[in-house]
Design a protein around this ligand. Structure first.
Ligand SMILES: CCCCCC/C=C\CC(=O)SCCNC(=O)CCNC(=O)[C@H](O)C(C)(C)COP(=O)(O)OP(=O)(O)OC[C@H]1O[C@@H](n2cnc3c(N)ncnc32)[C@H](O)[C@@H]1OP(=O)(O)O
Length: 284
């Protein structure tokens, strides 16, 4: 049995091997296991070293969501096998010196994933085992509930990187923490620690460690066992409809705009500096 399989079973505590089944065995960047008893899917990102959202990870997440939609999945916990990082966001290498068609395809695949996760029919929880910058924060915001390990950081540093965010990201943040907080956070490209994130409502609970994060995520999903699935699903759809409709209406134009900004020499210069600083910063 692989290390990852052990990790999955460890996460699905109290569940014997007979109660779990590996949903997909041919994925490179994900482990997907379903608990047969309650229908909860555990989707663990395992793309070393820091779960950067390269094309492969984005595509596997998307494929997994499609398959979970077709299965009798009752809920999903999105997490990471890494203790320090949930997800480090989009792949900065895709943003640097990009070819227009390639970068357009990349962002469009990410946009589709966001809408798929945000609009999923089953309830979703992000069990964030560590830092969740940028795209990692976006994945978390698409879920109904976010539990984050203490001493982690979360936020979208777009402005600090010279990137004007697409409107669906701004809308997601505004719907999560309110317009005022979103404006303050996003215009400054602020990254929050767990206490700050809890205070503004960017996360819902703080966990002591990985096991605690998973337990809290399971507890959140358990509450739905008493709720009529149809009523829950319809209500979720109504609440989330405006952002989804907005992407359908404006997503393509928004994407064109975003790509043309990314290609600007001054934005590229800023991104280059950002990457340089990332590679040369002191590690803690
Ligand atoms: C139309 C769609 C638009 C969406 C627009 C808005 C949404 C998102 C935009 C983005 O997501 S851009 C990506 C922004 N991400 C970041 O700024 C995070 C950067 N990374 C970090 O802060 C840290 O790596 C970490 C996540 C806190 C982890 O720190 P740790 O010390 O554990 O690990 P490192 O040593 O820093 O990293 C290991 C290794 O990975 C490289 N790396 C990290 N993150 C990225 C990344 N996002 N893209 C590419 N590469 C990344 C890092 O440079 C290290 O490489 P080496 O130095 O080992 O070669």
């Amino acid at each position: 049995m692989s290390t990852y399989k052990y990790a999955t079973l460890f996460l699905a505590r109290n569940i014997s091997v007979n109660q779990t089944r590996t949903f997909f065995s041919n994925l490179k960047c994900l482990d997907v296991t379903i608990n047969r008893e309650n229908g909860v899917a555990y989707v663990l990102m395992k793309h070393p070293p820091v779960n950067t959202l390269n094309m492969q990870l984005i595509s596997e997440l998307s494929l997994t969501l499609s398959n979970l939609e077709k299965s009798k999945c009752q809920g999903m916990i999105l997490s990471s096998i890494f203790d320090k990082v949930f997800c480090s966001g989009l792949d900065l290498n895709e943003l640097l010196k990009p070819k227009p068609e390639r970068v357009k395809g990349y962002f469009s695949t990410f946009q589709e994933l966001v809408i798929q996760l945000y609009g999923s029919s089953f309830p979703t929880v992000a069990a964030m085992t560590g830092h969740s910058p940028a795209g990692g924060c976006v994945l978390g915001m698409c879920c109904e509930y976010r539990v984050m390990k203490k001493n982690s950081q979360i936020g979208i540093p777009g402005s600090r990187m010279g990137i004007a965010l697409p409107r669906y990201i701004v809308n997601l943040m505004s719907s999560t923490i309110g317009l005022r907080n979103a404006e303050l956070m996003l215009t400054k490209g602020k990254i929050l620690n767990t206490d700050e994130a809890l205070k503004v409502g960017l996360i819902d609970e703080i966990a002591n460690d990985r096991t605690d994060a998973i337990r809290k995520a399971e507890d959140f999903l358990k509450e739905y066992e008493m709720i009529a699935p149809l009523a829950r699903g319809i209500t979720k759809r109504i609440i989330r409809r405006s952002i989804i409709e907005d992407v359908k209406m404006n997503g393509a134009a928004d994407l064109e705009n975003f790509v043309s900004v990314i290609m600007l020499p001054e934005v590229q210069e800023k991104l280059d500096m950002y990457m340089y600083n990332l590679k040369n910063r002191k590690r803690d």
